[in-house]
Design a binder for this molecule. Structure first.
Ligand SMILES: Nc1ncnc2c1ncn2[C@@H]1O[C@H](COP(=O)(O)OP(=O)(O)OP(=O)(O)O)[C@@H](O)[C@H]1O
Ligand SMILES: [Mg+2]
Length: 288
């Protein structure tokens, strides 16, 4: 852990920077996934991004939903370009990035991710260089994935250094979340996952939900299940959705917003414990 010290006391700029196992610094890439659709992945990604940005972190959202562009809908902004234009239209990541609130940048993957498989070696290297220049080393990249457990979702989840699994107390959500965790464990894609319980009635219900997953995982899987927190079922969430504003902006003191704050604090507190590998190079490797 010597790298944290630079002779001039503590370097706070690097608080959130993670040392990768090969000795390189990299951004924290955190994939948000669920198995079941509609449980609140996008909503948690967007509001967590705002909270983290307000805490002083640089944040980029990668909308990896290859179908519908979700994050944009919740921000009320629609980036006109996606990664596709970077690959084939000669645009840079800076040019396709949309500006969200609090300095958050939103990159829309669109069908561009699927195209990465068709790139030749020199184009891949060029794209990798672009990614590395675009994302700051002290940045947090939140990757909002789509519903279902398919090759694309697993690709993003595997490439990210950390995973947040969003689950609701509904049995179908629990079953699908467990199925996703089981794949991550059995294919050794991750050694630990972080669970967020969304739409719980209270902290007890959230805890019961978490315990169902962690008990089953503890018994049958080789993976550590961390509890990252819970967000209550809150009517201010749907009110905010209707006006295409994140609830963390419209009502910072709502029960849902307070849940997000607790999660963000824990996430930032955990920062140095997680070893990271290069997200972009891993991702490109997976899509090749
Ligand atoms: N904590 C909450 N309280 C009340 N309603 C919520 C909460 N979280 C999410 N919702 C509602 O659930 C809906 C679906 O949320 P969201 O779009 O974030 O899910 P998703 O997992 O991203 O869905 P998809 O799998 O389709 O991408 C939202 O429109 C919102 O109204
Ligand atoms: Mg979504």
């Amino acid at each position: 852990m010597k790298l944290w010290h630079h002779g001039k006391g503590h370097d706070y700029h690097h608080e959130n920077v993670i040392k990768n196992e090969g000795g390189l610094w990299g951004p924290r890439a955190i994939a948000v996934a669920s198995g079941k659709g509609g449980v609140g992945k996008t909503s948690i990604t967007v509001n967590l991004a705002i909270c983290l940005a307000k805490m002083g972190n640089r944040v980029t959202i990668f909308d990896a939903d290859l179908g519908l562009a979700n994050a944009e809908v919740l921000f009320g902004i629609t980036p006109p370009y996606s990664l596709f234009e970077v690959l084939y239209g000669g645009m840079t990541l800076d040019e396709i990035a949309a500006q969200g609130p609090c300095g958050i940048r939103v990159i829309s993957g669109g069908s561009g991710f699927l195209e990465m498989a068709n790139l030749d070696h020199s184009h891949r290297r060029q794209l990798l260089r672009m990614f590395n220049q675009f994302v700051n080393k002290d940045e947090i990249v939140l990757i909002d994935t789509s519903a279902g457990i398919n090759k694309n979702v697993l690709g993003f989840v595997a490439a990210a250094g950390e995973v947040i699994i969003v689950v609701t107390p509904e049995p179908t959500s629990l079953t699908d979340a467990y199925a996703l965790i089981k794949i991550l464990a059995n294919f050794k894609l991750h050694t630990e996952v972080n669970v967020v319980v969304n739409r719980a009635a209270d902290s007890k219900e959230a805890m019961r939900t978490l315990e169902r997953i962690s008990t089953a995982a503890g018994r049958f899987l080789e993976i550590k299940v961390n509890y990252l927190g819970w967000v209550p079922d809150d009517k201010s969430v749907s009110q905010a959705v209707k006006i295409q504003q994140p609830y963390y902006i419209t009502n910072r003191n709502s029960p849902a917003s307070r849940g997000i704050t607790r999660i963000a604090e824990l996430l930032v507190g955990n920062a140095r414990l997680t070893p990271q590998e290069g997200f972009w190079s891993k991702l490109m490797g997976l899509f090749s």
